[in-house]
Design a protein around this ligand. Sequence first.
Ligand code: ADP
Ligand code: MG
Length: 291
Amino acid sequence: MTDGPLIDIRGVRHAYRTAGGPLPVLDGLDVAVADGGFTAVVGPSGCGKSTLTRLVAGLLIPDAGEVRVHGQPVTGPRSNVGMAFQNPVLLEWRTILDNVLLPLEIVRTGMTKAEGTDRARALLALVGLEGFEDKRPSELSGGMRQRASLCRALIHRPEVLILDEPFGALDAFTREDLWQIMHRVKEREPFTGVLITHDLRESIFLADRVVVLSGRPARTQYVLDVPDTGPRDLDHLYTPEAAEMLAVLRRQIEIAQGRAPAEEHAAAAAPEPVPGPPAPGRQGAVTGAVP
Ligand code: ADP
Ligand code: MG
């Protein structure tokens, strides 16, 4: 155990080896996520956000700097990390329930088939997919498939959940539904999360902290702490406080893309990579545990 952040990325540099020589992607990445926290990462397309997720998952080892989880350097893939992506890859010949159970067949963690099935059913109910357990993926809408893929990512009770633009391919209304479902999931499941997103509203609705990355090679440019305002619904996004946070983030993205004047760049770029205390649950009392 450590007193520091659960996920601690410090001074990370990474270049991909390509036929044309090294392609520097990250150069000075600092991201700290408190135990139980949920950090959103935003930044221009191609700046290295998915690369960051691979580093946390242990699928890539940085050229320099450190990636630690629980104070331990990440040296390879682990079963305590769950991941979900923009395009959920569900196996068409398996039912939704069996898709959610798939990780149990790949990595054994001591969860029996019966325990896993109970947990999968409870997770599917939590995301509103009760009654769809025996359907095939093609019988579900895009939003429903994404919900099933979220359940699959959670089946092992991962300590770390990584969501790489999970709602990016959905229409605006479905996306907002998923945000609310995600809040429900966050109340009941004790993961520490990293959410990659293009959507600034999504970042302040779901996360307790938003990290803005600069353009490539990316470094941490700005960190916004989202105040805990207690129970929230979508109306929260239309408050003056939300408008102000969105304006700050938009400005920082413009700077990241090199669209803001240099003198403002110097004044506005104020990274603050030091982690705060663990974020408290945002929606009050938690009831109805998932097994
Ligand atoms: P983002 O998720 O922010 O859009 P990525 O982390 O996917 O960005 O990629 C950052 C940059 O690294 C992009 O220019 C991408 O083309 C390049 N890249 C990603 N993966 C590889 C790889 N395996 N080999 C070479 N280049 C890569
Ligand atoms: Mg990406």
